[in-house]
Design a protein around this ligand. Structure first.
Ligand code: AQP
Length: 342
């Protein structure tokens, strides 16, 4: 648990690789808002360059960038208090990523499970960007000298790699320049699983729309998806021990706990011995109540793309003013000549 009085500089991002999901909300956006509201200095980014590591149709990508920005705002990110922008508007990310590519080792990248999962069996055909994705992620964080990074559990390995890159850079150049970041992966449920398979993570790019709840889903769509969510034939478990080997039960109960801001223990107490149908009906009611204000605000914001672009542009200017001096100092440390830059 973090010390609430400690001043932290937070960085995190979300890829505009599709419509944001309930998992993005519960394990990322909701936490981002809590950290902002706790008074920390927060930099939040729509990581559009990361989304490009797999093919994106250009018009759809542009829409998805605005849609993701709308999701941040609708969830409660205040662009006055937090810096909110899209990554490609701040070139320092890609520039630092090149330097960090030269620090990171092939072996480190080769061990990344996200690359293995996304590249699948056809690894020869995966983009080089997908392979070097973690260096860009390290640059996103380190270019702000961020100290803490809130993410879902699926990003833990990439954050460990960010630490390794920072440590190696500091060691190679005999300086204490990049902070060794701390991940913020807190709570009892840090990974939300697919509604169709409790052993696979809920993902916005999953081929099946029934595997996830999108932040833009209507009440009817949410109800239908939860009704169809995979379950098992037994009554719901009443203790943490009984959850073993019941991934679908664990997932739905975990989602309920996060939406209700309650502990897993109290949710197990409430539903232990009951049928899945009861959990599904109460979960639907709760999910609709939490998501409805967010989706209607997203809809309202989406109707004004000029305002969204203005917010992202002004966030990018603020982000640049933090990132550029760090990049310049990095160029200086590694011995690059920058006579034309102020
Ligand atoms: N299923 C999940 N459970 C917990 N956290 C999750 N996050 C995403 N899915 C889950 C968290 O959301 C933040 C943004 O993730 P991202 O969109 O940048 O990348 P991702 O983790 O690869 O998410 P997706 O939905 O699976 O995207 P695609 O399908 O494009 O690969 C991160 O903090 C992540 O941990």
């Amino acid at each position: 648990m973090n010390n609430p009085t400690e001043k932290m500089r937070i960085f995190s991002g979300i890829q505009p690789s599709g419509i944001l999901t309930l998992a993005n909300y519960l394990c990322a956006l909701k936490r981002f808002v809590e950290l902002q509201d706790a008074g920390h200095e927060c930099v939040y980014c729509v990581v559009d360059l990361h989304a490009m590591t797999v093919w994106q149709e250009p018009v759809a990508l542009r829409n998805a960038i605005r849609h993701a920005a709308a999701a941040f705002l609708a969830a409660g990110i205040d662009p006055q208090r937090s810096i909110l922008f899209n990554q490609s508007q701040v070139p320092a990310h890609a520039e630092l990523a090149w330097i960090l590519n030269c620090v990171a080792r092939m072996g480190w990248m080769g061990r990344m499970t996200q690359f293995k999962e996304k590249a699948g069996k056809d690894r020869e055909n995966a983009s080089v960007g997908l392979f070097t994705y973690p260096s860009l992620m390290a640059a996103d964080i380190l270019v702000y000298h961020a100290t803490h990074v809130p993410v879902g559990d699926d990003q833990k390995q990439h954050l460990e790699l960010t630490r390794d890159i920072a440590i190696k850079f500091n060691h190679d150049y005999r300086l204490d320049f990049f902070p060794v970041i701390e991940p913020i992966i807190e709570g009892e449920t840090t990974r939300i699983m697919s509604l169709r398979d409790g052993t696979r993570k809920m993902s916005k790019s999953d081929a099946s729309d029934y595997s996830r709840i999108n932040l833009t889903d209507t009440a009817e769509q949410i109800a239908k998806k939860i009704r169809r969510a995979r379950s098992d034939p037994h009554p719901l478990p009443g203790s943490e021990f009984e959850l073993t080997g019941r991934p679908e039960a664990r997932n739905l109960l975990g989602i309920y706990a996060l939406l209700a801001n309650s502990s897993m223990e109290s949710v197990l107490d409430r539903f232990g011995g009951k049928m899945f149908s009861q959990l599904k009906s109460e979960l639907t009611e709760l999910a609709v109540a939490v998501l409805e204000p967010i989706s209607s605000e997203m809809k309202r914001l989406a109707d004004d793309p000029t305002e969204l672009d203005r917010i992202l542009g002004s966030g990018a200017e603020r982000a640049t003013s933090v990132a550029e001096p760090v990049l310049q100092k990095t160029y200086d440390i590694v011995g690059l000549l920058q006579s034309r830059r102020p």
